[in-house]
Design a protein around this ligand. Structure first.
Ligand SMILES: Cc1cc2nc3c(=O)[nH]c(=O)nc-3n(C[C@H](O)[C@H](O)[C@H](O)COP(=O)(O)O)c2cc1C
Length: 145
């Protein structure tokens, strides 16, 4: 089974989650900027991650979704930084992504990430968030079978 974790990240929150997921799955990890060298269509599982920007995925992830390159199975994750509306905007972001992918969906994960403008969720993702990301990746291993 070939898997890859593809992510976008500006202040490393989503990157840190992506790293744990890739390590747990024992698979490749690529920033969205570097995916040219991969034959994305061939992967059995693509785990796609984004920071939440205005309740949506980042611009680069939106562009990637337009290319319709996810053909087999996929899972989604995001990090969000706003208090109160954070979870809602994260759900909106994940739903937006799900609606644009025509492949087998096997799971999603979200957690807070320090917002460098609002200064909310200091030191997140923390150890517990990373542990939850690991559990999420383990659940993907079971779901893909
Ligand atoms: C331009 C911009 C827009 C954002 N919009 C939202 C938002 O709508 N909802 C939210 O909860 N957090 C929002 N955030 C906070 C980020 O989603 C959050 O801090 C995230 O963990 C950043 O991930 P990164 O370090 O991987 O870039 C925004 C951050 C930026 C810079």
């Amino acid at each position: 089974m070939k898997s890859i974790v593809i992510y976008d990240s500006y202040t490393e929150n989503t990157k840190n989650i992506a790293k744990v997921i890739a390590k747990t799955l024992g698979c490749e990890l690529s920033h969205i900027n570097n995916i040219k060298k991969y034959k994305i269509e061939k992967y059995d599982l693509i785990v796609l991650g984004t920071p939440v920007h205005a309740a949506m995925p980042s611009k680069k992830i939106k562009k990637f979704l337009k290319e319709k390159r996810i053909k087999k199975s996929y899972a989604l994750f995001c990090t969000y930084g706003a208090y109160l509306i954070g979870k809602i905007s994260a759900n909106n972001c994940l739903n937006y992504m799900k609606k644009r992918i025509n492949a087998k969906y096997i799971g999603k994960f979200k957690c807070p990430g320090f917002h460098h403008i609002l200064k909310t969720y200091k030191e997140r993702p923390n150890k517990k968030d990373l542990k939850n990301a690991e559990k999420f990746a383990q659940s993907l291993k079971r779901n893909i079978k």
